[in-house]
Design a protein around this ligand. Structure first.
Ligand code: UT7
Length: 325
């Protein structure tokens, strides 16, 4: 079997829903500002669930949907910028929780583009090593790295996880994809990590452990790359926009999506959005959106869907899929 399809999809969201009005009790903000500038109404915040736990719950759902078993999983690629720990990888903890004893498991770090990068990598590894089933996961616990005093970032993000099972098939599900990085812009979004306090370093280096973002710079990058990425996918596949059933973009800001719709002269309905409910869940946003679309019955066999991600790094990428379940 030469090709790779999505055989199952699942998501997990924490039970704690935090509305814009809740946030206005913590920082100087209000529902009107948040909704009009971002399209966000609420987000779900971990009350103790780790990234690994949320990822494992999403994986179990996807495995069930794919009618396979954890023991049949050969590979777990987990995209996150908020791992449980620096080491081991969150993917290894997920492997243990779900009992995927036969898998090789590791994390990748490409922030909000992570799921696109992980899909691309998993597809290549499956073909190279003849793996039958893989889990590709996007999972984030951003709330633990948010500066809850910084109104310019704390209103934007949410927690959650989404996962897909990839399976080998004769028919083509995952089409071509591309991943790109612009490392010169690495400082636009950072979570620096822990302080350096070593006897071999003259003075202690203080690191900023909370998320920092140059929102305006990232906004400009996002609006140009989303359009560029969609056009690249169409060109490479000899398709026009009429051939595409849905575009599933990273859910960062509804204004970025509206910009893309206007630029491409597409009705906004072609873009799936759930940002009003979940906020920006970084690497989890695209698989969570796929899971919501599946649950809402929007996805039909044969649908052509473009997934497009962009975020810290700066990174961006896209892929095209023929829906197959
Ligand atoms: O997922 C990774 C990729 N990330 C993105 O794609 C994010 C891209 N960037 C964005 O979505 C937008 O730039 C933001 C939503 C982050 C910011 O929106 P903006 O329209 O660019 O607002 P701004 O940063 O220019 O701020 C405008 C004003 C400022 O006040 P002054 O200086 O004009 O008086 C801010 O202090 O809004 C103020 N402000 C707020 N006011 C109420 C900033 N945050 C808030 C807030 N509530 N939460």
């Amino acid at each position: 079997m030469k090709e790779v399809i999505i055989g199952g999809v699942g998501k997990y969201i924490p039970s704690k829903k935090v509305t814009n009005n809740h946030l206005s009790e913590i920082v100087d903000t209000n529902d009107e500002w948040i909704f009009s500038r971002t399209g966000i109404k609420s987000r779900y915040i971990s009350t103790g669930e780790d990234t690994s736990y949320m990822a494992a719950m999403a994986c179990e759902k996807a495995i069930k949907e794919a009618k396979t078993s954890a023991l049949d999983i050969d590979l777990i690629v987990l995209a996150t910028c908020t791992p449980d720990m620096f080491t081991p990888s969150t993917a290894c903890i997920v492997q243990s929780i779900i009992g995927a004893k036969n898998a090789v498991a590791f994390d990748i770090s490409a922030a909000c583009s992570g799921f696109i990068f992980a899909l691309d990598l998993a597809k290549s590894l499956m073909k190279m090593h003849n793996y039958k089933h893989a889990l590709v996961v996007g999972a984030e616990n951003l709330s633990k790295f948010i500066d809850w005093q910084d109104r310019s970032t704390c209103v934007l993000f949410g927690d959650g996880a989404g996962a897909v099972v990839l399976s080998r098939s004769e028919s083509s599900g995952l089409g071509n994809s591309f991943c790109k990085s612009d490392g010169d812009k690495w400082s636009c979004i950072t979570i620096e990590g822990s302080d350096i306090d070593s006897p071999f370093v003259d003075s202690k280096t203080i690191r900023e452990s909370k998320l920092k973002m140059n929102g305006n710079e990232v906004f400009k990058f996002a609006t140009s790359t989303i359009v560029k990425s969609i056009n690249k996918m169409l060109e490479e596949n000899n398709l026009s926009l009429e051939d595409i059933d849905y575009i599933v973009p990273h859910q960062a800001n509804i204004r970025i999506i509206e910009y893309a719709a206007k630029k491409l002269k597409l009705p906004i309905e072609k873009f799936y959005t759930n940002i009003h409910e979940h906020g920006n869940t970084s690497a989890a946003s695209i698989p969570m959106a796929l899971s919501d679309m599946y649950e809402e019955g929007l996805l039909k066999e044969g649908n052509k869907i473009i997934l497009v991600g962009f975020g810290a790094g700066l990174t961006y990428g896209a892929t095209i899929i023929n829906w197959s379940i």
